[in-house]
Design a protein around this ligand. Structure first.
Ligand SMILES: [Zn+2]
Length: 154
């Protein structure tokens, strides 16, 4: 098994809905995603994937849709206010927790055709969450594999 890792830094804002704590206020992070790609075999160049291709596709997607954006749950009342100001927010169906944003980047990376096995998102230098799907054939328990508890939101 070969594995490569790409880090992408970006800035984002979010807030949590139906959450008691200061993370229900709009706030921002200097986030970092770690994208892990793996393959049993290498391509004709001897690579799992070309880092340049990762930068051109995944980083371009993050730059266009997530960087310097508010990432909000679709039904957040803040969405209407932001759109009324002519600003853009990235909307998701779930609360924009670190865990859900890691899964979002994972699913986008897979949709772009990369052999992704896990995505970790650092919300702060000491708080991160990882999403990795359960292995094929593993019993589903409703919890993403590799999800790490984060005791306090920031
Ligand atoms: Zn936060």
């Amino acid at each position: 098994m070969y594995e490569i890792v790409k880090h992408i830094d970006f800035c984002f804002g979010h807030r949590l809905i139906d959450y008691q704590g200061k993370c229900n206020q709009p706030h921002g992070h200097n986030g970092r995603v770690e994208i892990r790609l793996a393959s049993d075999t290498l391509d004709e160049m001897g690579m799992v994937a070309d880092f340049r291709d990762v930068r051109h596709s995944i980083q371009a997607w993050i730059d266009e849709y997530l960087d310097h954006r508010m990432i909000l749950r679709r039904d957040d009342p803040l969405v209407e206010a932001i759109q009324a100001l002519g600003q853009h927010a990235y909307l998701i169906d779930d609360n924009p927790t670190t865990e859900n944003l890691a899964r979002l980047v994972f699913e986008q990376t897979r949709a772009l055709g990369f052999p992704v096995i896990a995505v970790t998102l650092w919300e702060t230098p000491d708080s991160h969450a990882t999403y990795a799907p359960p292995p094929v054939g593993a019993p589903a328990n409703g919890q993403p594999a590799g999800k790490e508890a984060t005791p306090a939101r920031t």
